[in-house]
Design a protein around this ligand. Structure first.
Ligand SMILES: [Zn+2]
Length: 424
């Protein structure tokens, strides 16, 4: 009887809350929600509080960008970067799906580099397809963080700054710093976890992969949710969105998929599937496969254990030693042996061909698209497979501080040949 009453009370509260908040959300001006102060995600309005033992799992409207998004609803909002470029700055779409049931706030960001459009489509697709009436928690999708770069097909901001080196930003800094600050305050502060989508840079393609600081236990736990996706340990550089978010207690990773300036259906589908697995792991969704599972007595016979995600501990870029036309002889995801030909560089003037060989066995997790290259160009990214335990152990070891350069343009002259790089 008590349980039934509990359910009825909960239903009545729901109805009252939805009615109240739906009215509020219809307004077009900033609204203050009575009784909600510090954290609108977790505090029910005053007057609806029950005794501790009977407190239901209430979902309150989410107050974000001067609007309220009620449970069970999706809204497309506008975020206006305050970079000071002009008064008529372009608005960036923010799609908020507030689940009917309680759960974590998963933020999906893309287009921090404006030419990396695979992520734009990944975030757009997930944000608009998730069903808020069946969702536990909230999905906040920002497909185009750097609207200035996106509108010009450029990785950078109009002043050639790389936005992914300026988080969490500051109110008084460069435009990059101001935009980063606005995004961090307006959006990132609402997140419980965050995935930032990127692609390879400068005509390079990346196998779909998660990059994360595996020395952080919360981030490590977060990476376990993506299923059979490549996970690469990378502490990241100061100013990256994932580094800044993790630093304030929001576990964050980068998800790399494909190459810039193009839309690649296979990579997009793989990333979308990985996020769907993540949402099942975070208990935001029911597992769609679980409902089709065979009866218990059949399942007990022979269901293979799910494949654990491979983790690449160590990765290294293999460089072109000569200038010329690079033609690859491997494909993304391919496993290679030490000494195997990865590609050749043809000097069109002298007609001399030189091969680029794999220095170690591994898997091609990133590679250049065929193009003209100069000596020293990072051409192939090889990952060496390992166990999660080994990856975590190795990640915790003190590496040389400058061993990993994040950007080929920033590569120090003293960099050793075997130095790894990544290009988020
Ligand atoms: Zn990027």
């Amino acid at each position: 009887m008590r349980d039934v009453l509990g359910v009825l009370t909960r239903k009545a509260l729901w109805t009252a809350l939805l009615a109240a908040s739906a009215g509020a959300a219809a307004q077009d001006f900033p609204v203050d929600i009575p009784g909600i102060t510090a954290d609108p995600r977790t505090r029910p309005p005053v007057g609806l509080l029950l005794p501790e033992a009977e407190q239901p799992d209430l979902v309150t409207p989410l107050a974000i960008l001067d609007r309220l998004v009620v449970p069970g609803a999706r809204m497309q909002l506008e975020w206006r970067p305050r970079g000071g470029i002009s008064n008529a700055e372009i608005a960036s779409p923010v799609i908020v799906a507030r689940g009917a049931m309680s759960g974590p706030v998963l933020c999906l960001a893309a287009g921090v580099h404006g030419d990396e459009i695979n992520g734009v489509e990944i975030v757009r697709r997930i944000s608009h397809s998730v069903d808020p009436t069946r969702l536990s928690g909230t999905v906040i999708g920002v497909p185009i963080v750097n609207v200035f770069g996106y509108s010009r097909g450029s990785r950078y901001l109009p002043d050639r700054r790389d936005l992914n080196r300026y988080f969490p930003g500051s109110r008084q800094g460069s435009i990059a710093s101001r935009i980063a600050h606005g995004f961090f305050q307006d959006i990132v502060r609402h997140c419980d976890v965050l995935v930032d989508f990127h692609t390879g840079s400068f005509d390079r393609a990346n196998l779909p992969q998660v990059r994360a600081d595996l020395t952080n236990p919360d981030v490590l736990e977060f990476t376990r949710g993506f299923g059979a996706t490549v996970v690469l340990h990378s502490p990241g550089n100061k100013g990256m969105l994932r580094v800044a978010a993790t630093a304030v207690g929001i576990p964050a990773v980068t998800f790399e998929a494909g190459a810039p300036t193009r839309l690649e259906p296979a990579e997009i589908a793989e990333a979308v599937a990985a996020i769907e697995r993540l949402m099942v792991k975070l208990e935001m969704h029911e597992d769609p496969d679980a409902s089709q599972a065979p009866p218990a007595d059949v399942a007990a016979v022979a269901l293979p254990a799910p494949e654990p995600p491979p983790i690449f501990l160590d990765s290294r870029w293999v460089r072109a030693n000569s200038g010329g036309l690079l033609i690859s002889e491997v494909s993304l995801g391919q496993r290679v042996l030490a000494g195997q030909k990865l590609g050749r560089v043809i000097d069109p003037v002298s007609n001399v061909e030189r091969y680029i060989l794999a220095p170690v066995p591994g898997r091609v997790i990133g590679m250049s698209l065929n193009q003209a290259v100069l000596p020293g160009y990072a051409a192939f990214h090889l990952g060496t497979e390992t166990s999660e335990q080994q990856a975590v152990r190795e990640a915790a070891r003190p590496h040389a501080p400058d061993a990993v350069a994040e950007d080929p343009e920033e590569r120090p002259e003293t960099a050793k040949e075997q130095d790894g790089e990544d290009f988020e």
